[in-house]
Design a protein around this ligand. Structure first.
Ligand SMILES: Nc1ncnc2c1ncn2[C@@H]1O[C@H](COP(=O)(O)OP(=O)(O)O)[C@@H](O)[C@H]1O
Ligand SMILES: [Mg+2]
Length: 305
């Protein structure tokens, strides 16, 4: 049995179909990523699962429980990390965890013991007495994740866990998430960072305008949409227009990103370049960004700037 299952799931806001008939399954212990631009519908899916937003159509199950009908039982099995972390800035790190523990029904003694375990797990014990207002953004995010663990959930949902963090804090958050995965917690996360999805997720659903465009492990998606290798061209002295017209003539999808023209192989294979003189071409392994580039060629764009 899948831990999370969505069947023809729909979320409407008036005439807008924010989630437009989505199917996916997440197995126990998996990290599943919803990857897509702003407005794709990622948060809407997570809010429905967390019981924060009514389901407009289709069905959603958590460990076999129907989310629409058994939301209390579902909530007891879930840890939720939203983008607005909802921490109390005037309380200490430890107090935030304990208060949350009471709210989800733990006794004072249980909450204290669990807070201590969670702090230990995240190596935050020495920060237990710090006021949350004094914490860095990265520490706050780690605390928000720690708090989601208070109820010993089977599943944790994380909405853009590293958005807005500096690179070092981001890596720390990734390490915590890897730790949760080792503890066999099932993770459903959203992100618009392709490197994050590639690093953390076992499987990914690429979303756009409320729909899943494709789903698979990062290597599967890369193989399917970007081939094995990609090329970065630095035009240097050569004429960009000349390079563009040669690439178009060769039927190679490309995108100009700053100083670089990126070429992916489209459907499989290493892109073979037409003769280009005086330009620097470097070949590298294709990645999820190239998948996006390829899908973009077929009309995937930012829904909202
Ligand atoms: N409460 C709301 N009322 C009206 N429209 C909303 C509401 N929440 C989200 N939307 C719209 O639904 C679409 C999907 O939003 P969201 O699920 O937040 O996407 P994502 O998390 O992928 O950025 C967007 O067009 C957004 O503007
Ligand atoms: Mg969102």
């Amino acid at each position: 049995m899948a831990v999370i299952e969505a069947r023809a799931l729909v979320k409407t806001f008036g005439a807008l179909r924010a989630v437009d008939g989505v199917d996916f399954r997440v197995e126990r212990g998996e990290t599943f990523g919803l990857l897509g631009p702003n407005g794709a519908g990622k948060t809407s899916i997570m809010r429905m699962l967390a019981g924060l937003s009514p389901i407009s159509g289709g069905q959603l199950f958590l460990s076999g429980l129907n989310v629409a009908e058994q939301s209390r039982a579902v909530r007891a099995r879930l840890g939720v990390v939203t983008q607005a972390d909802g921490l109390d800035g005037e309380l200490t790190v430890r107090q935030n965890l304990e208060v949350f523990g009471f709210l989800i029904g733990l006794s004072r003694r249980q909450a204290r013991a669990r807070a201590d375990e969670v702090l230990g797990f995240f190596r935050l014990r020495d920060r237990g007495d710090a006021e949350v207002d004094e914490l860095s953004g990265g520490m706050r995010r780690r605390l928000a994740i720690a708090r989601a663990l208070m109820g010993e959930p089977e599943v944790i949902i994380l909405d853009e866990p590293s958005t807005g963090l500096d690179p070092e804090s981001r890596i720390r958050v990734w390490e915590e998430l890897a730790e949760l995965k080792r503890a066999d917690v099932t993770l459903l996360m959203s992100t618009h960072y392709m490197d994050e999805a590639e690093t953390l997720c076992d499987r990914i659903a690429i979303m756009h305008s409320g729909r899943i465009l494709d789903e698979g492990s990062p290597p599967e998606l890369i193989k399917r949409h970007a081939g094995s290798a990609a090329l970065d061209i630095r035009p240097d002295g050569a004429s960009r227009e000349d390079i563009r017209s040669r690439l178009r003539a060769a039927g190679l999808p490309y995108r100009e990103v700053g100083a670089i023209i990126r070429v992916t192989g489209g459907n499989g294979g290493v892109p073979r370049l037409p003769a280009l003189e005086g330009v620097q071409v470097s070949e590298r392994a294709a990645n999820l960004e190239d998948v996006f580039l390829t899908l973009a060629g077929r009309g995937l764009q930012e829904d909202q700037p």
